[in-house]
Design a binder for this molecule. Structure first.
Ligand SMILES: *Cc1c(COP(=O)(O)O)cnc(C)c1O
Length: 417
C-alpha cells in the first residue's frame, strides 16, 4: 500500500452536519427568536427527556455549566472534599473548584477505564464525611454504574454523573445521564452530536430543574424590577444553538453506528498486535463509541519518557509507544491524542488526595516516567498513570473513509516493526 500523508486531514472527532440544523437556525432568525428563549430550546429539552428518559432537562451554554449547576445543587461548600473521576477531562472536576470544593481523585479500573468502585469504597473509609461523588463515562463507555451507585447509597452520597462523552450509551438498557441525582451532557463541537457548543443539566427533580432555570438566567426574582436573592449566572442555551442541536438530534443513532464501525475496524485491524482496544463491559453496557482508543501491552512498550510538555522515546524492534504512534499519525496528517492525562498528574491538582485500590496513592506519582506497568521503583503504576502511559486515542472522525482508516491501521502496524 502506498504510504503518503493524506491531503485532507483526518481528525480525531469533528462536527457532522446534515442540513436540518440550518432549517431550525433559519426559523429562529426569521421569527426573531434570537435569544435564550424560543421553540428550539423547548423542543431540544423535550427531545432529550424523551431519548434519555429523565424527567427534566435544562438547556445551558455548555456541559461545564451543567456540571457547575450540578455541583451547586449538590450543595458543595468551600473546603468540602468531593470524590471525582481521575482519568477524565478537566471539566469534570473544575466546577467543584468553582464552588470552593476540594476534589479527591479516585483511581481508574481496567475493565471500562472509569472510576474504580474498589478505590471509591477505600476513599469512603479514608474520608467518611464526603457527601458528593462526580463520576464520568470516559470516551462513551459506561462505567461500573451499579457498584458505584450501591457504594454511594450506603454512604448517603449524592451522585453527579458526567455523561458529556457518553450521550446515547446505555448501561443495562438504560441511558447514561440518568444514574446520578444531577447529570450533565454536552453538545460541544467534538461530541457525538453537537450544537457547536451547549450542554444540559438532567434530573428527575422538579425543584432542582427549577433552581437551575433560575440560576442560569441571572437568578431574577419574581418582581417588577431586577430583584436578586441569590448569585446568578448567564448560562442559558441560545435558541440559535438549540436549532443546531435540534437538527442534529435525529442523527444520534447514525453517528453511534458509524463510530461503532470505526471501533470494530480498528479492533479487527489490530487483532494480531500486542495491543487492546479501550475495553467495553458488553455484558452490561452498549457504548456510543465516541472515541476509539488503544493500549499497548507492557512487553511491547519501548522506552518513553514524558515531561510536562514534551515526550521522548527510543524505538526498539517489535516495540513502540504512544509517542511514536502519535508522531507517525501526525506525519500521516491524521489526528490522534494521548489518553486524557489523569487529574492527579496535573500540576494544578498534583497536591490533592488521590485514592487507589491500595489506599492513598499520591506517593507513587513520581514513578510515571517509567515504561510499562511498573514504575522506576519497581512498584506497579496506579491504573490511570498506566493507561496514560500505554494508551492513546485514535482518529475517530465519522467522516473518515474506510480506505483512510485502513491506511491509519497500516501506519500504526508499522510502528511495531
Ligand atoms: C466535553 C466534556 C465536558 C465539558 O463539556 P463542554 O460542553 O465542552 O463544556 C465535561 N466532561 C467531559 C468528560 C467532557 O468530555
Amino acid at each position: 500500500m502506498e504510504m503518503k500523508p493524506f491531503e485532507k486531514k483526518v481528525w480525531l472527532s469533528t462536527p457532522t452536519m446534515h442540513g436540518e440544523e440550518l432549517k431550525y437556525v433559519t426559523e429562529a432568525y426569521e421569527t426573531n427568536w434570537m435569544s435564550t428563549v424560543g421553540k428550539n430550546i423547548n423542543e431540544v429539552e423535550r427531545l432529550v427527556c424523551e431519548k434519555i428518559g429523565c424527567k427534566y432537562a435544562v438547556a445551558l451554554s455548555a456541559g461545564t455549566a451543567a456540571l457547575h449547576m450540578a455541583v451547586k445543587l449538590a450543595g458543595v461548600k468551600p473546603g468540602q472534599k468531593v470524590f471525582c473521576s481521575d482519568m477524565t477531562f478537566a471539566a469534570t472536576v473544575n466546577p467543584v473548584v468553582y464552588e470552593g470544593g476540594v476534589p479527591v481523585f479516585i483511581d481508574t479500573e481496567y475493565d471500562t477505564w472509569n472510576m474504580d468502585p474498589v478505590a471509591l469504597e477505600k476513599a469512603f473509609e479514608l474520608h467518611p464525611e464526603v457527601k458528593v461523588v462526580v463520576v464520568a463515562h470516559l470516551y462513551g463507555t459506561p462505567g461500573k454504574v451499579d457498584e458505584i451507585r450501591e457504594i454511594c447509597r450506603r454512604h448517603g452520597a449524592v451522585i453527579i454523573e458526567d455523561a458529556a462523552e457518553s450521550m446515547g450509551a446505555t448501561y443495562k438498557g438504560v441511558q447514561t445521564g440518568t444514574f446520578g441525582d444531577y447529570n450533565a451532557i454536552s453538545f460541544n463541537g467534538n461530541k457525538i452530536i453537537t450544537g457547536s457548543s451547549g450542554g444540559m443539566l438532567l434530573t428527575d427533580s422538579l425543584e432542582a430543574a427549577n433552581k437551575v432555570r433560575k440560576w442560569s438566567t441571572q437568578s431574577r426574582e419574581n418582581a417588577p424590577w431586577y430583584q436578586h436573592e441569590e448569585v446568578g449566572y448567564n448560562y442559558r442555551m441560545s435558541n440559535v444553538i438549540a436549532g443546531v442541536v435540534r437538527g442534529q438530534f435525529p442523527y444520534l443513532e447514525e453517528h453511534i453506528a458509524q463510530k461503532k464501525a470505526i471501533y470494530e475496524r480498528y479492533r479487527e485491524g489490530f487483532k494480531d498486535l500486542p495491543v487492546s482496544m479501550n475495553p467495553v463491559d458488553f455484558a452490561n453496557s452498549e457504548p456510543n463509541y465516541w472515541l476509539s482508543c488503544m493500549m499497548i501491552e507492557p512487553q511491547a512498550m519501548c522506552k518513553q519518557v514524558r515531561g510536562e510538555a514534551e515526550a521522548l522515546y527510543i524505538h526498539e524492534p517489535g516495540k513502540t509507544c504512544p509517542t511514536e504512534i502519535l508522531e507517525k499519525l501526525a506525519w500521516l496528517n491524521a489526528e490522534g491524542r494521548p489518553i486524557w492525562k489523569p487529574m492527579h498528574m496535573q500540576p494544578i491538582y498534583r497536591m490533592h488526595s488521590f485514592v487507589t485500590r491500595e489506599g492513598d496513592g499520591r506517593a507513587k506519582t513520581n514513578a510515571y516516567i517509567a515504561g510499562g506497568a511498573v514504575g522506576a521503583d519497581g512498584k506497579p503504576l496506579d491504573v490511570g498513570m498506566d493507561i496514560f502511559q500505554r494508551g492513546l486515542c485514535l482518529p475517530s472522525d465519522n467522516k473518515m473513509t474506510e480506505k483512510e482508516q485502513e491506511i491509519i491501521i497500516q501506519v500504526i502496524r508499522s510502528c511495531f516493526d
